[in-house]
Design a protein around this ligand. Structure first.
Ligand code: FCB
Length: 477
């Protein structure tokens, strides 16, 4: 546990700390069929009735495909040094394989130029969930072939943008793709197939390894290549007498299931020994050399942190208030959300200490590996008030707490090099459509007007000063 920071103490970040904001192609670009773009699994999924709240789609989203100069200007106005965006694979390969759509590459070159002209370094994510539908039709990530096609795509994009983009992320949150996309069906492609999910797990990881190698071959040697994982510390309730060992075992298994399945292959070339067998790919899918490909050295690890997982004894078949069935499948244990902890508009816990713990743990497990928080932020019920401004006090507080936790983690030895807030703009929040707003900039989806929220001013101040101010005694101030 960290030492608490007294409210009066400003916390500095190291010189050169990267201050960024993040988005993803399908969530902001719109222009779903423009300039030769092919359909992605998210186009298909969002146009399937009942899959996304309100029938929302990313057809228009924030229209950033056309408004990227304005959005680059907003980043500059905030004084941020970096922008994490993702590249839409089906803009580049409309059919998944074969023909390259030059117009798609040109768009990202223009975006990178618009950023560069405003002094903002681009961080490009190759895969933020919008798989070309043509590749889904060939099995998607459940098929090994897709990992090979991902490497082809990485090579083409690396070649086209390597002179303009210095930091590269292969995959965003492969765990969410495998789990929500293939196991529960809440996300595209909407499968409910445990076998396909386990296969997708391996092929996503393999795709990462192959794409990282392809990027390294295409990019200047100074470019950095990494992966972004969603990670959550796992906590257990203080056990009743005699339950301690079982709960600790549940914690280990859950940690292996939610974090280890992707972290250990990447860092240590093996699947975690404690993970539930059902989540792991069958041995016959793991070919000679795969694990070494997956574990090739990274230049950095991207960490998306939203909330920790809490466990307590319980009955998964008879869930009580605030309880969920455990992902580990362990009997006698449930996931739960402790009463009395603040939550966001997603219902997610506000727990900055989880970020602190995670950053220190990773710095211990992977000594010397630079870390970036590639996403952190919260949804809130934002609205434009009669003065025409958006006073998102909850998000200001959320960011304040998490940035203070990040600064404390650095002070205590974490190897954190930068932070990208999720998100620059309110956008298409996957299965929630436009119901959830995560932006530090409000988007009026009727007019596409951007209105910087109070949190953007707070974040810009922190970035400019490279210091987190003391926490006020009470909120809202
Ligand atoms: C993450 C996703 C990102 C966004 C946030 C809220 O899982 O990577 O696209 O939806 O959650």
């Amino acid at each position: 546990m960290s030492m608490e920071t007294s409210p009066g103490e400003p916390l500095p970040f190291p010189p050169g700390f990267v201050w960024g904001a993040a988005t993803a192609a399908y969530q902001i670009e719109g222009a779903a069929t423009a300039d030769g773009k092919g359909p992605s699994v998210w186009d298909t999924f969002s146009h399937t009735p009942g899959k996304v709240r309100g029938g929302d789609t990313g057809d228009i989203a924030c229209d950033s495909y056309h408004r990227y100069r304005e959005d680059a200007g907003l980043l500059r106005d905030l004084g941020l040094s970096a922008y994490r965006f993702s590249i839409s694979w089906p803009r580049v390969f409309p059919d998944g394989t074969g023909r390259v759509n030059q117009a798609g590459l040109d768009y990202y070159r223009a975006l990178a130029d618009a950023l560069g002209e405003r002094g903002i370094a681009g961080t490009a994510t190759l895969f933020h969930w919008d798989l070309p539908q043509a590749l889904q039709d060939r099995g998607g990530w459940a098929s090994r072939e897709v990992a090979l096609r991902f490497a082809d795509y990485a090579a083409v994009v690396g070649e086209a943008l390597g002179d303009r983009i210095g930091r590269w992320i292969t995959l965003n949150e492969p765990a969410v793709v495998a789990h929500n996309g293939y196991r529960t069906g809440a996300h595209a492609p909407g499968l409910r197939d445990a076998g396909a999910a386990a296969a997708a797990t391996h092929h996503l990881l393999l795709g990462h390894g192959l794409a990282a190698a392809a990027l390294r071959a295409a990019l200047p040697s100074a470019a950095d290549v990494g992966i972004t994982l969603n990670l959550s510390p796992v906590r257990v309730a203080a056990p009743a007498d005699g339950a301690g060992a079982a709960l600790e075992r549940a914690r280990q298994v859950t940690d292996a299931c939610v974090n280890g399945v992707f972290l250990e292959p990447v860092l240590s070339a093996r699947y975690p020994e404690h993970a539930a067998g059902a989540l792991l790919p069958p041995g016959r899918l793991i070919e000679a050399g795969d694990m070494e490909t997956i574990a090739a050295p990274l230049d950095f690890l991207g960490v998306n942190y939203y909330q920790p997982i809490h466990l307590r004894p319980g009955d998964p078949d008879n869930l009580r208030r605030n309880e969920d069935a455990p992902i580990s499948g362990i009997s006698g244990v449930v996931q739960y959300q402790p009463d009395g902890m603040a939550r966001t508009a997603m219902g997610w816990l506000v727990d900055p200490e989880g970020l602190y713990e995670l950053l220190l743990r990773l710095s211990k497990d992977a000594p010397g590996l630079p870390l970036y928080v590639t996403e952190n932020g919260c949804a809130a019920e934002d609205y434009v008030n009669p003065e025409g401004t958006v006073n998102d006090v909850e998000r200001v507080r959320f960011l304040h707490l998490h940035l203070a936790a990040a600064a404390r983690a650095i002070r205590d030895g974490a190897n954190l090099s930068g932070y990208y807030v999720w998100s620059l703009l309110d956008n298409f929040e996957w299965a929630w459509g436009y119901q959830k707003r995560f932006g530090i900039i409000f988007v009026d989806f009727g007019t596409q007007r951007r209105i910087p929220k109070a949190s953007s001013a707070f974040y810009a101040d922190v970035a400019r000063a490279n210091v987190v101010p003391p926490l006020p005694d009470a909120w809202p101030a």
